[in-house]
Write a protein that binds this ligand. Structure first.
Ligand code: SAM
Length: 325
């Protein structure tokens, strides 16, 4: 998009709007969208974890509610369209229910085809005490048919060994990689760039949006915009329509607008709708700060917080850190 771009924003679906923001229940909005009109749905549905905007119900009740909306979403997708459904775990009395297992069946029942189960790893989150701390969630990418859009070039990442050559066969001695970069894989990290000269061989993850992230709003679990940008760039063409039925503060819509796609979203909480609208206006004015796709993660190696506290080194119960002195 260009700075100070005029966007037409409406409250209900219209064929021509650049942006549609519906305040209300996702199911009502999805019902108002014509069949076969959406290119990509990207969403992180409510997880049933008792966040301030959701009720904590049993896993079977949760699945029943989602079974109602999923067939409707599949209907409004174009034949070339895709769905990226991002979920983590529902935890009840310490037992873990990986939600993608439940969603896989729901989408398969609609005749959808799983193309990737993407693992999104991030560095921060709650520290658990009775099991290992969770540090990844998954994105199920389903297409509606075999004729789906997949643009690899805009999302390629630099190869670790760009000078690698074929060691046998007719191409022996020739460079084996692609000068545009390599496929980013289904484990979502992006190559770390040494901004001075060349690509490093390290990796970095897309950080989740926690307190110090430049995109942070009052929403407790918003998408990093760059995560959605990758889906938008790979799975739609320019002017395609991207929908997030559980849009929160509109991160999916921002990623779509950034890359000249039409953006649609619904959200039941008015406070998030207002923030989403404000972020879109800021983006159109060129005033919104988002973490750019491909920026390396901050490594606090020289900061005080990264140093081992003196107390731990001296403390006899610190079995790990004593060795590090
Ligand atoms: C996991 S959050 C998604 C956050 C979003 N990806 C973002 O970047 O801000 C789920 C959102 O869905 C909303 N929500 C939950 N149930 C809904 C429903 N039935 N209809 C519309 N919105 C709903 C919640 O208020 C919440 O903001």
């Amino acid at each position: 998009m260009t700075e100070n771009q005029d966007l037409t924003i409406s409250d209900n679906f219209t064929e021509t709007s650049d942006v549609v923001i519906y305040h209300g229940m996702a199911i009502d909005f999805v019902k108002s969208i014509p069949e076969k009109s959406i290119d990509l749905i990207v969403a992180s549905p409510p997880y049933n974890t008792g966040k301030e905007y959701e009720e904590n119900v049993s896993i079977s009740e949760y699945v029943r509610e989602q079974e109602e909306i999923i067939p409707l979403m599949c209907k409004i997708m174009k034949e070339t369209g895709s769905i990226c459904w991002q979920v983590g775990n529902y935890v009840s009395h310490g037992e873990v229910f990986p939600l993608d297992i439940f969603y896989y069946k729901m989408f398969k029942d609609q005749g959808m085809y799983l193309r990737n189960r993407i693992v999104w790893r991030f560095g921060h989150g709650l520290h658990t005490t009775n099991r290992f701390s969770g540090r990844y969630e998954t994105i199920l990418w389903f297409s509606k048919s075999d004729e789906y859009i997949f643009n690899l070039d805009p999302v390629r990442v630099p190869a670790k060994y760009p000078g690698k050559k074929h060691s046998k066969g007719p191409q022996r001695g020739q460079i084996s990689g692609n000068p545009k970069g390599k496929n980013p894989s289904d484990y979502w990290e992006i190559e770390k760039r040494n901004w001075i000269s060349e690509w490093e061989d390290g990796i970095w993850e897309i950080p989740n949006v926690k307190a110090h992230h430049i995109e942070k709003t009052i929403h407790p679990c918003q998408f990093p915009v760059e995560l959605v940008e990758r889906c938008v760039l790979a799975l739609t063409d320019e002017n395609g329509r991207v929908l997030d039925p559980y849009m929160g503060v509109g991160s999916t819509l921002l990623a779509a607008i950034l890359h000249n796609r039409k953006a649609l979203g619904s959200e039941k909480e008015m406070q998030y709708v207002e923030i989403a609208k404000e972020r879109i206006v800021q983006l159109a004015r060129g005033e919104l700060r988002t973490r750019p796709l491909g920026k390396p993660i901050y490594e606090p190696s020289t900061e005080n917080v990264a140093k081992i506290p003196d107390e731990w080194i001296k403390d006899a119960s610190s079995i790990y850190y004593q060795d590090k002195e």
